[in-house]
Design a protein around this ligand. Structure first.
Ligand code: FEO
Length: 177
């Protein structure tokens, strides 16, 4: 017997779709960056794609723990073509904002339904979204300062690669803790 309401099951199923789409979206961006010779951005999006897959799998696990069989959704083809790296990061920011909105909706409904398990489960996603949005906002701010034409791309890619190292070091620290 399921311990979740129909409404929460629908929202969690839809969140599986959001996270799966995000994973594919970042995968597509990773190889767009590869084509442009932006190896730092490629690694950034590849890691992001893997993280989104983990976000998706956590929902499968939670639903399963709660006695629900999650839906494995069909995923829409993500966009393939961009003209500027600034446009890429702006689209990413938009994407993350829409995921944050969807997460807040799950939190709102679980509060309304006194569903404390889902409320507790979603806390991790709230912090994760806040961190992701802050990282992307920071990159967009850097692009505004550096510019995104010609040689600026080299410096943007270096900045993103610096970020890759910082994230890697932070993740290493978490694993050891
Ligand atoms: Fe898991 Fe960035 O959405």
């Amino acid at each position: 017997m399921a311990d979740l309401s129909t409404k929460i099951i629908q929202l969690l199923d839809s969140q599986i779709l959001n996270e799966s789409y995000a994973s594919n979206f970042y995968l597509a961006l990773s190889y767009w960056c590869d084509d442009q010779g932006l190896k730092g951005c490629k690694s950034f999006f590849l890691r992001q794609s893997e993280e989104e897959r983990i976000h998706m799998l956590k929902i499968y696990e939670y639903m399963s723990e709660m006695g629900v069989h999650p839906t494995t959704p069909a995923i829409e083809q993500p966009p393939m073509n961009y003209t500027k790296i600034k446009e890429v990061f702006e689209k990413v920011f938009e994407q993350e904002r829409s995921v944050t909105k969807a997460i807040h909706e799950i939190v709102r409904v679980s509060t309304e339904e006194n569903d404390y398990s889902t409320l507790n489960f979603m806390q991790w996603y709230i912090s994760e979204q806040r961190e992701e949005e802050a990282v992307i906002r920071d990159i967009i701010d850097k692009i505004k300062v550096i510019g995104d034409g010609g040689q600026s791309l080299y410096y943007i890619d270096k900045e993103v690669d610096k970020l890759n190292l910082q994230i890697q070091a932070a993740e290493g620290g978490e694993e050891q803790a």
